[in-house]
Design a protein around this ligand. Structure first.
Ligand code: AMP
Ligand code: ZN
Length: 114
């Protein structure tokens, strides 16, 4: 999508620090990290949010989860553990309208909202 920052990162017109890539997924470091390891995992096809998933595009969820495992191994947080967050819509605090999974690790998170 033309004015989507993550689509621009995917097409290469905005630089990013790439962690993992395959045919359908890109993972890159968050520009404003909230943890020692903070990687965003995004589908290459523009999908606005979790609410935009449906029977036709839901296959991407499996690929995203597989990519998250790969990212965790690459960043060496797979054994110690990590947290995955998806913000959805206004009340969820989503600021970039392109589906993305936050992968956070490298520290123990003591604060829990759930
Ligand atoms: P959310 O608030 O869940 O929509 O998350 C959007 C995330 O994208 C935030 O954590 C931002 O720091 C991150 N972000 C925004 N622009 C960029 C960028 N150009 N490169 C990397 N991360 C970005
Ligand atoms: Zn996009």
């Amino acid at each position: 999508m033309a004015d989507c920052v993550f689509c621009k990162i995917i097409e290469g017109s905005i630089p990013s620090s790439k962690v993992y890539e395959d045919d359908s997924i890109l993972a890159f470091k968050d520009i404003n990290p909230a943890a020692p390891v903070h990687v965003l995992v995004v589908p290459k096809t523009h999908t606005e949010s979790l609410e935009a998933l449906n029977e036709e595009n839901m296959d991407i969820v499996k690929k995203i989860h597989s990519a998250i495992q790969e990212v965790a191994r690459i960043m060496k947080i797979n054994e110690a553990g990590y947290r995955v967050i998806v913000n959805c819509g206004k009340n969820g605090g989503q600021t970039v309208p392109h589906l993305h999974y936050h992968v956070l690790g490298g520290a123990k998170f003591d604060e829990k909202i759930i």
